[in-house]
Write a protein that binds this ligand. Structure first.
Ligand code: ACM
Length: 260
């Protein structure tokens, strides 16, 4: 599957300029089957008040999602993007998966970072996995990287690729993601943002890691740019690590199945 990560910086005070920027970047991805954007790509990250976060949010039938759908149709691709989602009077830090047929599904961030609970509800959609072009695709968002259980749970649910829209602030995730890829024998694509927003800097270095734990593509720490790579997702299906070791069957659940 030909995937593309768009690493960019949305403008928190100018949604129109964000869409213009994204339009130019998306137009460069006409050879990709799946395009992945960072967390909160419609709004920016560092809100000053709940009112501001609310004003910058959109519901699932809003302008940002229709914009993504138009591009998914034009580019004949799937698009996964983080977005600031409004549902009634509640906000969620969400990721949406669209293609030409519309919204395939969405995920709401389970593990909120630092001040995010001031704006967002905790995710309430579990850990969905979606079929796309014959493979199973899941989504996690940024600080979800800190919780190993969810990566394992998605692998046990058969995920081949986890797309990971991010606004990474701490410098650790890019070293941990390749380890999650090898211990779960899956592909992971982390689409991070760049830039500094109201004093908070984001670390870029979007990566794709393969089931051998190798980083097979990496972007720069600061530039807005696109990572394109062709990955063989069928490799994720084989959990035989040696002729005598199976990633899941070798687990000693008799010892740690009661993990709480
Ligand atoms: C983060 O979860 N955006 C650091």
């Amino acid at each position: 599957m030909k995937i593309a990560i768009i690493q960019f910086a949305p403008l928190i005070d100018n949604a129109e300029a964000t869409l213009n920027k994204l339009e130019q970047l998306l137009n460069k991805c006409n050879d990709s089957e799946l395009i992945i954007l960072p967390e909160l790509a419609n709004s920016g990250y560092n809100f000053q008040t709940k009112t501001e976060a609310f004003d910058l949010s959109e519901n699932i039938s809003g302008r940002f999602i229709s914009f993504l759908q138009q591009f998914a149709t034009k580019l004949k691709a799937g698009i996964i993007s983080g977005f600031n989602e409004r549902e009634g009077d509640k906000l969620y830090n969400s990721a949406v998966f669209v293609d030409k047929s519309g919204v395939i599904g969405k995920y709401r961030k389970l593990h909120l970072f630092l001040n995010e609970p001031d704006f967002f509800e905790k995710g309430n959609l579990g850990l969905p996995v979606f079929e796309y072009n014959g493979y199973k695709i899941g989504m996690l968002i940024c600080f979800d990287w800190m919780i190993p259980e969810i990566w394992r749970k998605m692998a046990l649910n058969g995920v081949d690729l986890i797309c990971h829209p991010s606004n990474l602030v701490l410098p650790y995730a890019q070293s941990v993601i390749p380890a999650y890829a090898i211990v779960n024998h899956i592909f992971i694509a982390t689409a991070n943002r760049v830039g500094t927003e109201r004093g908070v800097s984001f670390s870029g270095q979007s990566i794709v890691a393969n089931p051998q734990g190798k980083v097979i593509g990496r972007l720069s720490p600061e530039k807005e740019e696109i990572l394109k790579i062709d990955i063989n997702l069928s490799i994720s299906k084989n959990k035989e690590i040696t002729e005598r070791n199976h990633l899941f069957n070798d687990r000693r659940l008799d010892v740690y199945n009661d993990l709480k």
